[in-house]
Design a protein around this ligand. Structure first.
Ligand SMILES: Nc1ncnc2c1ncn2[C@@H]1O[C@H](COP(=O)(O)OP(=O)(O)OP(=O)(O)O)[C@@H](O)[C@H]1O
Ligand SMILES: [Mg+2]
Length: 365
């Protein structure tokens, strides 16, 4: 049974086609890696399946009652909320239930015996729901995820809009994990994360029982958490069973086979064309030429994707600079308040240095 089913999807921006009649399915428990070069359309695909973007054509179908959690590549956070507030907002639906429970309790005084019975039953259901979803241990759950992602070191009571890109990613990721959705959609979650937290996320995803779709350019990370690869290239989306390394193997074989078939077909085309050109004028051979021409017209022409230009970097030789490239003395970086202590940095050609100023150096500055 598919959790998500996408059929005949086509989309473009202006005259730039992104998808041409692609299909995709997500089955229970699948851990999918969505890969492809920059600009191929991975984030666009996520925006389409989450309903943020209407496709030009095609069908997107989710199974009923599936809760989807999406970590966007460019998510924003609201000003005035602390790290703890954002994490706690993962449970907002449970707080709404608690409110409902309190309302029922308030109304109980005036209830008839029959109404009372119905109310008690509803209270029981809500109570069970709250217990099952960790409502009474929310604070410890929030602290646990906060610690795992290093958010406690940032300060759980700091305003989220004052955080750096990496810190914001961690907060959003923490919230998503606390929400425990049925499906996780993650668009480059390791961007900005440091090594220790990538390891934590790796373990988390390895043990994740539900399905997820993960976009990442981090190959070792992908290899350790996914079991299916969807590869996006030239407006196509192709499914490969296995991790990223397995995909690369199969892809290389497929590409080599296609190239060999292309070369064989090009050779055949040129021979047929040559035959037609030499024989179409003569009455005796015209019929044969015509039949070769028909064969040419009916051929399914194999097309090879154009090789994408590889980036190339050249650094021109410049005049040799002075020995010292730059020096900082007690440099403090910050906005309204300092973020760093006094920094003393020195960069020389071929070597850099950081030092703590001595008391006499401090006096001289
Ligand atoms: N709203 C938009 N309007 C016009 N063009 C867009 C829009 N969103 C994306 N594009 C274009 O569509 C293409 C696919 O973009 P997308 O962000 O989906 O790529 P991606 O595969 O996620 O790349 P990356 O790996 O760099 O994140 C790009 O050429 C991009 O410039
Ligand atoms: Mg993207």
């Amino acid at each position: 049974m598919s959790i998500l089913n996408v059929e005949h999807l086509s989309h473009g921006f202006g005259d730039r086609a992104i998808f041409n009649d692609v299909s995709f399915r997500l089955l229970k428990g699948e851990h999918i890696g969505l890969v492809g070069a920059n600009g191929e359309g991975k984030s666009t695909f996520m925006n389409i399946v989450t309903g943020k973007l209407m496709p030009d054509e095609g069908k997107v179908e989710w199974a009923k009652n599936v809760r989807v959690g999406y970590l966007d590549q460019h998510s924003v956070l609201e000003k005035g909320m602390t790290v703890r507030d954002v994490l706690k907002s993962a449970f907002s639906w449970l707080f709404e239930m608690e409110e409902k429970m309190n309302e029922i309790c308030d109304r109980m005084g005036e209830a008839s015996p029959e109404e009372m019975e119905a109310m008690l039953e509803e209270l029981g259901t809500i109570q069970d729901m709250l217990t099952m979803h960790d409502f009474y241990i929310i604070d410890s759950k929030v602290d646990e995820v906060g610690r795992a992602l290093g958010l406690d070191a940032i300060g759980m009571d700091n305003d989220v809009t004052e955080l750096s890109g990496g810190q914001r990613t961690k907060v959003l990721l923490g919230k998503l994990l606390l929400e425990k959705p049925d499906i996780l959609l993650l668009d480059e979650p390791t961007n900005y994360l440091d090594e220790q937290h990538i390891s934590w996320l790796t373990r988390y995803l390895q043990e994740y029982e539900n399905a997820f779709v993960l976009i990442s350019h981090d190959i070792p990370f992908l290899n350790s958490v996914v079991n299916i690869i969807y590869h996006m290239e030239n407006q196509e989306l192709n499914r490969y069973v296995g991790d990223y390394d397995k995909f690369q193997e199969v892809y290389a074989v497929k590409k080599a086979q296609l190239e060999a078939a292309y070369r064989r077909q090009q050779q055949e085309i040129s021979e047929l064309k040559d035959f037609v050109a030499r024989n179409k004028a003569r009455v005796a051979t015209r019929n044969m030429a015509m039949s070769r021409q028909k064969k040419l017209d009916k051929m399914d022409i194999i097309e090879l994707a154009q090789e994408k230009p590889k980036p190339e970097f050249n650094f021109r030789e410049a005049r040799t600079s002075g020995k010292q490239l730059f020096v900082t003395k007690d440099l403090v970086i910050g906005y309204d308040e300092p973020l760093s202590r006094q920094l003393n940095l020195e960069m020389e050609r071929r070597r850099s240095r950081w030092w703590e100023p001595t008391a006499s150096e401090r006096r001289r500055c």
